[in-house]
Design a protein around this ligand. Structure first.
Ligand code: ADP
Ligand code: MG
Ligand code: MG
Length: 251
């Protein structure tokens, strides 16, 4: 379970407070969405949880199960089951996708104190997962993301997620201008990976994505805080009326 309490975050080298007391709990097995106007701090929240440089936590807590995330290096956070999908997947010429995936999986197993997968074991798992996600075997052999279409990059990101078997997946899709097909891919990936032990935090501008993902809970973020929490109907309300009414409610 992800537990965030009273999280305050400022930029490291500027006197700018971005998160101003975020409270959020995502129980195991649930899918939560965060929506909110541009600039409200949604991406900052995902960056801070994943341990990206440049931000300073001035107050509050964030934990995944019994682990204090804020105390850990990014790799340690990944090892205890946190996964952040990259908005802009990097291309790695010269490194085959399979090699990349195997390195990532084995680094994580090592950090967890588990044995590395043999090449045969790894291939078996990756082929199974690729099949479930309808990923072409040919894509596994190509260099990571090089020349991949937007849709292929999305599929690949979801394959990475599937291979790492995270407990808590954070997907920040806010600024990536997802087209309808990419949106469907993300939604199918999330739905295929849903399980009672795994939770998702889906950050999005677009109500449409939530038509396909069907979150258990929707949070609205504005000006560095969660200002309202509700069911999927909250996303529909935003779609219909925009954020104006909600923002006026909280003053
Ligand atoms: P959202 O994802 O909700 O659009 P962000 O987390 O990207 O919001 O940004 C929140 C606010 O913090 C914005 O005003 C943004 O300009 C500012 N901000 C975030 N990161 C930085 C940074 N590295 N440098 C300067 N301003 C930043
Ligand atoms: Mg933004
Ligand atoms: Mg953003």
């Amino acid at each position: 379970m992800l537990n965030i309490k009273n999280l305050h975050v400022k930029l490291e080298d500027e006197d700018k407070q971005i998160l101003k007391g975020v409270d959020l709990t995502v129980p195991a097995g649930e899918v939560h969405a965060i929506m909110g106007p541009n600039g409200s701090g949604k991406s900052t929240l995902s960056y801070v949880l994943s341990g990206r440089d440049g931000y300073e936590v001035t107050e509050g807590e964030a934990s995944l199960d019994e682990h204090d995330l804020l105390d850990m290096e990014p790799e340690e956070r990944a090892a205890v089951g946190l996964f952040l999908a990259f908005q802009y997947p990097v291309e790695i010429p010269g490194v085959g996708n399979l090699t990349f995936l195997r390195t990532a999986v084995n680094a994580q197993r090592k950090a967890r104190g588990e044995e590395e997968l043999s090449s045969g074991e790894f291939l078996k798992v990756v082929r199974e997962k690729a099949k479930t996600l309808q990923i072409d075997a040919e894509m596994l052999k190509r260099p990571v993301n090089v020349g991949f279409s937007g849709g292929e990059k999305k599929r690949n990101e979801i394959l990475q997620m599937a291979m790492l078997e995270p407990k808590m997946c954070i997907l920040d899709e806010t600024d990536s201008g997802l087209d309808v097909d990419a949106m469907r891919l993300v939604a199918e990936g999330v739905n295929a990976l849903r399980s009672p032990e795994r939770s998702f935090l889906v950050i999005t501008h677009y109500q449409r994505l939530l038509d396909h993902i069907k979150p258990d809970v929707v949070h609205i973020m504005s000006n560095g805080r969660i200002i309202k929490t509700g069911g999927p109907e909250l996303a529909l309300e935003v779609e219909k009326n925009g954020y104006g009414d909600l923002l006026a409610e909280v003053g």
